[in-house]
Design a protein around this ligand. Sequence first.
Ligand code: SF4
Ligand code: SF4
Length: 335
Amino acid sequence: MKKTVSFSKDSINVFFHILTSCNLKCRHCYINPEQHGRNTLGLSTIEAWLGAFAENGAATNIIFLGGEPTLHPDLSLAIKKAKELGYGSITVDTNGYLFNDILSKVKPEEVDYFSFSLDGATRQTNNMIRGEGSYDRCIAGIREAISRGFTTSLIYTVSRDNIHELDMMVPLLKDLKIDRFFIQVIGIRGKPAKSGQTQINRKGLQVSRSEWLSIIPDVAEKVAGLGITVTYPKVFLSLEEPFECAGLVAENYFIFPNGRVYRCPLCEDFPLHSMIFKNNRLVKTEKINESDLFELSIPEGCVMNKIIQPENLSYKSNGTPEYKIACCLLKEEIR
Ligand code: SF4
Ligand code: SF4
């Protein structure tokens, strides 16, 4: 059954980047060390920050990310702390290298999902985007996790470089026995937004509305037909569909090791965070910050989209938009 996952303040998602270093150098990496820090958080800081978001217990989902979070020698202890604090679900997003023997240090009862990133159905396409050797390591990591009884997801970030292989993921997901499949859309932030990327290059990465609508829903249906839960961003809204900004109507927090806490992923390349950890206490930042943008209403939908990636907008001859861009956090789910 397909449904749009409506925004809700009853379910809280905390995306916790415990470090920004990584063994890979993926082309589309959104990590921006100048804005997110280069430090690796110590365990006591991780525990304190986990505590700051644990108030609503089972209503809160924690996702550990990096960089590559398994490079953190204390990830297993952070997971155990999150479990002890009563988080509703615990996910680890990984590139598949599974450093520090992480699968031996945690139990399937302690981690709800190991979520693996793969950006091509073939070795050639994935490695072109994510680096030599990354395909084989990711596939091996998935098989190892499943053999040890862990539940797995797979994340595929769609761009012009790999959209042609999305359909080929259907048999691969079946073979791997993946439980959930997340299709993401490439964002022009982090590395893709760096100077030197011309407007033409940026447009060359982004998928057009017609490509997205002709390929993504169809592949998602096929994957769901295998019994795998599929989630993908809505991205494009017709002019009649209602637009909502998650910053106003949902509870998502993106924590970085320099202490910044954002509510909107598209703001992460700028010092627009609405909160920051100071001496392990979460405090609001002064204006102007991302919260001031959430209130703005424009006919194109998401304000931040128009600011950072206007290439995906299209206008009629009278200057009005042909469609709106949804909040990047608005998802369709098929199960
Ligand atoms: S694995 Fe993730 S953090 Fe590492 S380079 Fe790739 S996208 Fe960036
Ligand atoms: S992506 Fe756009 S709509 Fe979503 S939270 Fe950010 S500013 Fe709001």
